[in-house]
Design a protein around this ligand. Structure first.
Ligand SMILES: Nc1nc2c([nH]c(=O)n2[C@H]2C[C@H](O)[C@@H](COP(=O)(O)OP(=O)(O)OP(=O)(O)O)O2)c(=O)[nH]1
Ligand SMILES: [Mg+2]
Length: 309
């Protein structure tokens, strides 16, 4: 394979959750296509330094706080690129279109500009996912408290996971969850045999690591998630075209008594070389762990007991 061109790109996220796209200027490959601002890393340059330089050169703004996100290798006709996407949380300065480009603030899932650079599909989907993913544990704390919480504050997405439930019990609970979450625009994912979900009001299926490893094709749902523990299942999830991953456990949790937690360094290590999919950190975590999760490349935090306290 020819040399891989190292690229950084940044997703600016504003207070309303909108993100910034720019059009590629005339004279470059894919001129007129839309992209996240960024560009090639210079020899010897650190990725974050390259991100700051590119934003200054292209938009005249200073990136003050950014965290690493997805990493994606894509083969174009003109070159093979390794794209390191960052989420940019804070910046200073007024926008100046220094390359004659156009910019547009966009709402996740409701793009009004196009076409987008072909490598960017997974990142657009990741932008539709929240930072916090609550996971149900009605088998431990009862359904009532969970359904009450969902009604009071419907989350942007919820993962139903009820080991030990019969097919009928799970179906009934999923309908109750969906009735509280979906009218507010939230997504319902369910950890179950995909065949159990036919006809139920769900947005996605979540595959346990065992189901992921046994799957020979992507289940036919708008969203497919998977739990992974290491490189083998991560590779399988990428090959299957999964949309998001859960990786843990980061801290000690009653779900896995006796098994040593990964810690944040272990979590990051499992994603060595980056991951083209958004990854939620899981296991003994709370919303207060979000800054650590972002700093270690996570999409956010998946909460089980911590979501319902
Ligand atoms: N900036 C950016 N580049 C992307 C994205 N998606 C994607 O596939 N790419 C590819 C397109 C290009 O092959 C490469 C970025 O190179 P570039 O031409 O923008 O590089 P640059 O800003 O340093 O420009 P130049 O100085 O080389 O003209 O990465 C994206 O979202 N943002
Ligand atoms: Mg550029």
């Amino acid at each position: 394979m020819s040399r891989v061109v190292e690229v950084v790109a940044g997703t600016l996220i504003d207070r309303d959750g909108r993100f910034l796209l720019g059009s590629r200027p005339e004279g470059k490959p894919y001129a007129g296509y839309w992209e996240f601002p960024g560009g090639k890393i210079e020899p010897g340059e650190a990725p974050f330094a390259a991100l700051k330089r590119e934003f200054h050169e292209e938009l005249g703004i200073d990136v003050e706080e950014a965290t690493p996100w997805l990493t994606k290798v894509h083969v174009y006709e003109h070159s093979t690129v390794r794209l390191r996407f960052y989420r940019v949380w804070r910046w200073m300065g007024e926008f100046e279109m220094r390359e004659g480009q156009t910019i547009a603030w966009q709402t996740p899932g409701e793009l009004t500009v196009g076409p987008m650079l072909p490598a960017n599909g997974a990142i657009l989907k990741a932008l539709e996912l929240p930072s916090l993913l609550p996971i149900t544990c009605a088998h431990e704390i009862g359904e009532e408290v969970i359904l009450k919480r969902l009604a009071e504050a419907p989350p942007a997405a919820v993962l139903v996971r009820e080991p030990g439930y019969t097919r009928e019990a799970l179906a009934r609970f999923v309908v109750e969850v969906a009735a509280r979450v979906r009218p507010a625009g939230g997504k319902v994912f369910v950890n179950a045999d995909p065949a159990w979900l036919a006809g139920l009001p769900v947005d996605g299926v979540h595959l346990s690591e065992a189901r992921l490893m046994a799957a020979d094709s992507r289940p036919d749902f708008a969203w497919v998630g998977a739990s992974i523990h290491g490189a083998e299942s991560k590779a399988k999830a990428e090959a299957l075209g999964v949309d998001y991953l859960l990786l843990g456990h980061v801290k000690a949790t009653p779900t896995h008594p006796g098994a040593a937690p990964l810690g944040w360094d272990g979590f990051e290590c499992r994603l060595a070389d980056g991951c083209p999919l958004p990854v939620y950190a899981l296991g003994g975590l709370a919303a207060a762990d979000l800054p650590d999760a972002f700093a270690h490349g996570a999409q956010g935090v998946a909460l089980m007991r911590g979501a319902w306290r």
